[in-house]
Design a protein. Structure first.
Length: 552
C-alpha cells in the first residue's frame, strides 16, 4: 500500500518548528499562488535550512550545501545563466546520462522536463536553499570570461572605452551588474568601491560589517566609475567634487533602488552605493524588535496628537525604517501626513513626500514652513541638522501637530543637551518634546548553527552590574547559510525615553545631565545596554554584539 504523503504544515508542527496557531495564520495570510513554505519563510517563523530538512524528509530528495562545492565548470554552458537564475537551479555534476542539479523547488516538474529536453540528460534533483543557489550562480557563472575581456579593454584608447561604457552588453556593464547582483544576493546594505594605489577594492557591508569581496586591477577603475556615473546620471567629466545620484534598476527580477555617492580621494574617486531593496523594506512596527514595554511606550508617543518624537542614533542604525514603520501605522485617510526628506528613500502610498533641493533653496526649514500652510496632522522631517529646522519643528509641535524626526546623538539623554546646544531655549525643549527613541542595530545569531553554552565570567559580571542574571548564552558556530560568521540578519535594540513632568522641570531649570539620568531611572526607562542584554538572555544575539554598539 502506498504510504500517504504528509502535508508540509503538519510536518513542521510535528517537528516542533511551528505552532498550530502560526501555521493557521500563515495559511490565512498567504496570497493565492504563494507556496506555504515561502509564506512561512517570509514571516520569519523558520529558517530556509529548517524548511529544507523537513522537505528532504517529506519528498525523499537529498539536500545539498553549495558552500565550497566542487562544481564542474564545463556544465555551466548546459544551463544558461538567466535560465538558472529565473528557475533557481544550478548544475552539480554528471554521471553517464544523468545530470545532477540543485533546485530551490524540486517539485517544479515543468522546469525538470524543460531541462531534460534542452540538455538531453536524465535529470536527478537535490534541494538547496534559494540564497545558496543565487550566491553560487553569481560567483561561478561568467567569472572568467568577463575578466579576460576587461583586461583586454583596459588597454584600449579613452574614446573606445567611453563607447564601451554606454553599451548595455559590454564586459564592464556585465561586471557592474555582477557586483550589484552579488550584493543583493548577500543582502548587503552598501557597496564600497575603494581605489587604492595599485588596485581597486570592492567591499560589501553585510549586517553592518564591511568585508572585501574582490579586488580588481587599477586600469579598470576609470571604466568602472564612468559606468556607474552613467547609470546614476552623474557628470562623468567631473572628478574633483563629490556628487550624489540614484539608480533605479531590476536585479534578479526585482526592483532595487541605489543611492550613489562619489568622493574624490588621492587615488581617484571612492564610490558608495547604498542599496534600498524595495521588496524587503520593513513597514511593520511589530517586526522591528521592540520589547513589550518599549513597544507600548513608543505606541503611546506616536498616538499623541501633538509634540515632537525624535529617533536618534548614528548613520545606518535603522532610524528611517523605524520612522517609516511609525508613519505606516499612522497612515489612514482621516489624517494628512506630509514628510520632508533628503533623499526620499521609500515611497509610501497615501503620504505626501517632499524631496529637499538645496540648489533651488528648498531646505528642511523652508519646506517645513510651507508644510504648515498645507493643513497637516502629522509631519515627518528627515533630519534635524541646524537651529533653523529645529525651531520650526518645535513651533509646529506647539501649534497642534505631531512631528517625527531623526537627530544624530549617542543616546536619548544627550539629545536634550544637543537641542539646547543648538540654541533652542530650554523651556521650548521641555514643552514640545514628547519622547526620544535611541536605537542601534545588532547582528542576530544564525538560527541554523546556533549552540548554547555557559556564559564567561566577564559576561556574568556585566549582567550582574546591570542587575540581571544569565545561565546560558547562544552563539553561532558558523555555517554556509551565514557565510561562516555565526550571525545572520539584524534586529534593533531600543531605549525609549518618555518625557514626564519631573523631566520637564529638570530640562526647564537647565539642571545637569546626571539629574535627568536619575529621573529616567526612576521612570523605569530601559537603557540601550539593558535592552541588548535582555535580547542576549533570549538567545537572539551575543554580548559581544551588544558591547560593540552600546556602552555602559
Amino acid at each position: 500500500m502506498a504510504q500517504e504523503r504528509k502535508r508540509l504544515g503538519d510536518l513542521l508542527v510535528e517537528a516542533g518548528l511551528l505552532t498550530e496557531e502560526k501555521l493557521q495564520q500563515a495559511l490565512k495570510e498567504k496570497s493565492k499562488d504563494q507556496k506555504l513554505g515561502d509564506a512561512i519563510l517570509q514571516k520569519g517563523y523558520i529558517t530556509e535550512q529548517q524548511l529544507i530538512e523537513v522537505l528532504e524528509f517529506q519528498l525523499g530528495i537529498p539536500h545539498v550545501s553549495l558552500f565550497r562545492y566542487p562544481f564542474d565548470h564545463n556544465l555551466f554552458h548546459l544551463i544558461p545563466k538567466d535560465v538558472a537564475k529565473r528557475n533557481l537551479i544550478i548544475p552539480l555534476k554528471k554521471e553517464g546520462d544523468k545530470l545532477f542539479v540543485a533546485m530551490a523547488d524540486p517539485m517544479d516538474f515543468y522546469v525538470i522536463e524543460d531541462l531534460r529536453l534542452s540538455t538531453g540528460f536524465f535529470i536527478e534533483t537535490a534541494i538547496a536553499t534559494k540564497d545558496d543557489i543565487l550566491r553560487s550562480i553569481n560567483k561561478y557563472y561568467d567569472m572568467d570570461e568577463s575578466f579576460e575581456e576587461l583586461n583586454a579593454l583596459g588597454k584600449e584608447s579613452q574614446a573606445e572605452q567611453d563607447e564601451t561604457n554606454l553599451d548595455q552588453d559590454s564586459p564592464i556593464a556585465r561586471l557592474v551588474n555582477q557586483i550589484l547582483s552579488n550584493a543583493v544576493t548577500q543582502k548587503a546594505s552598501d557597496i564600497h568601491i575603494d581605489p587604492q594605489e595599485t588596485r581597486v577594492l570592492i567591499r560589501y557591508r553585510v549586517d553592518g560589517i564591511l568585508r572585501t569581496e574582490r579586488a580588481i586591477p587599477k586600469h579598470m577603475q576609470g571604466m568602472l566609475t564612468a559606468r556607474i556615473k552613467i547609470m546614476s546620471q552623474l557628470d562623468i567629466t567631473e572628478h574633483r567634487v563629490p556628487q550624489d545620484g540614484r539608480i533605479k534598476t531590476n536585479i534578479d527580477f526585482r526592483p532595487v533602488d541605489l543611492r550613489v555617492s562619489t568622493l574624490p580621494t588621492i587615488y581617484g574617486e571612492k564610490m558608495v552605493l547604498r542599496i534600498l531593496d524595495l521588496s524587503s523594506s520593513l513597514n511593520d512596527l511589530g517586526q522591528l524588535g521592540f520589547n513589550t514595554l518599549n513597544m507600548k511606550r513608543f505606541q503611546s508617543l506616536i498616538d499623541r496628537p501633538t509634540g515632537i518624537v525624535l529617533i536618534t542614533g548614528p548613520t545606518g542604525s535603522g532610524k528611517s525604517s523605524t520612522l517609516y514603520a511609525a508613519l505606516n501605522k499612522l497612515n489612514s485617510e482621516e489624517v494628512n501626513i506630509i514628510t520632508v526628506e533628503d533623499p526620499v528613500e521609500y515611497q509610501l502610498e497615501g503620504i505626501n513626500q517632499i524631496q529637499v533641493n538645496a540648489n533651488v533653496g528648498l531646505t528642511f526649514a523652508k519646506g517645513l514652513r510651507s508644510i504648515l500652510r498645507q493643513d497637516p496632522n502629522i509631519i515627518m522631517v528627515g533630519e534635524i541638522r541646524d537651529k533653523e529646522t529645529v525651531e520650526v519643528a518645535i513651533r509646529a509641535s506647539l501649534t497642534g501637530h505631531l512631528v517625527l524626526s531623526t537627530i544624530h546623538t549617542n543616546d536619548s539623554l544627550t539629545t536634550v543637551t544637543r537641542l539646547i546646544d543648538m540654541g533652542v531655549e530650554p523651556f521650548l525643549v521641555a514643552t514640545s518634546l514628547s519622547g526620544i527613541v535611541a536605537q542601534r542595530l545588532v547582528r542576530k545569531v544564525c538560527r541554523d548553527c546556533v549552540e548554547e553554552e555557559a556564559p564567561t565570567k566577564r559576561e556574568i559580571d556585566i549582567f550582574k552590574r546591570r542587575g540581571l542574571t544569565i545561565d546560558k548564552v547562544s552563539r553561532g558556530k558558523g555555517c554556509a547559510a551565514c557565510n561562516m560568521t555565526g550571525y545572520k540578519g539584524r534586529l534593533a535594540i531600543h531605549e525609549v525615553l518618555v518625557i514626564n513632568d519631573e523631566m520637564k522641570k529638570i530640562i526647564m531649570n537647565n539642571e545637569p545631565l546626571s539629574t535627568l539620568r536619575e529621573a529616567a531611572y526612576k521612570s523605569k526607562t530601559i537603557f540601550l545596554l539593558d535592552d541588548g542584554l535582555l535580547k542576549v538572555k533570549q538567545g537572539i544575539t551575543t554580548t559581544e554584539e551588544i558591547l560593540r554598539v552600546a556602552i555602559e
